[in-house]
Design a protein around this ligand. Structure first.
Ligand SMILES: CC(C)(COP(=O)(O)OP(=O)(O)OC[C@H]1O[C@@H](n2cnc3c(N)ncnc32)[C@H](O)[C@@H]1OP(=O)(O)O)[C@@H](O)C(=O)NCCC(=O)NCCS
Length: 145
């Protein structure tokens, strides 16, 4: 089941964030996002609690949303990430977004594969984007009119 994240999910969100080697969102950042009308955070829920989340951000004057973070628990079923991403894209589309952009580590093959499968295409690369100096790929998916 995919549902909007709530403050009671904070511990689970922080646990999921441990899958990232760096550039992790802090509890304070999550708290801020969960209260912000410009953020859209969804969790995938299993019997044991949240097993993944997707966070999309938008800016007041931009028609483009940003897929800011996506993660599933290593033990969650394959495809959980895809379901979350699809739910996030649907929310952006329903809200009238023109499309969604994202940054992904250039060495994150599973994530890049998923984004390509969803229709994202590369439009730029950014050197030294992450805390450890790794480059990012910038990808975008424009919604059809
Ligand atoms: C990136 C991430 C969210 C992708 O999530 P996911 O659930 O693994 O996504 P996918 O839908 O691509 O599924 C993974 C594999 O299972 C397969 N799969 C999908 N649905 C399936 C199903 N119902 N049954 C069996 N296999 C399935 C997919 O085909 C895919 O295989 P492939 O890698 O050979 O293409 C996940 O790997 C993750 O959390 N990584 C760590 C955090 C991270 O890097 N996030 C991205 C930051 S930009």
């Amino acid at each position: 089941m995919i549902r909007p994240a709530i403050p009671a999910d904070l511990d689970a969100l922080i646990r999921l964030e441990a899958r990232f080697s760096g550039d992790r969102l802090s509890r304070r950042a999550f708290r801020h996002h969960l209260a912000s009308p410009l953020a859209h955070c969804l969790v995938a829920e299993s019997a044991s609690g949240p097993v993944g989340y997707v966070l999309l951000l938008r800016r007041a004057r931009s028609p483009w949303w940003r897929l800011y973070s996506l993660v599933r628990d290593a033990g969650a079923p394959p495809g959980t990430g895809r379901c979350l991403a699809l739910a996030g894209l649907a929310a952006a589309r329903d809200a009238g977004a023109r499309g969604v952009r994202l940054e992904v580590r250039a060495d994150n093959a599973p994530a890049i594969r998923l984004y390509r499968a969803l229709g994202f295409t590369l439009f730029a690369t950014v050197d030294d984007y992450y805390e450890d100096g790794a480059p990012a790929l910038r990808m975008a998916l424009a919604f059809a009119d």
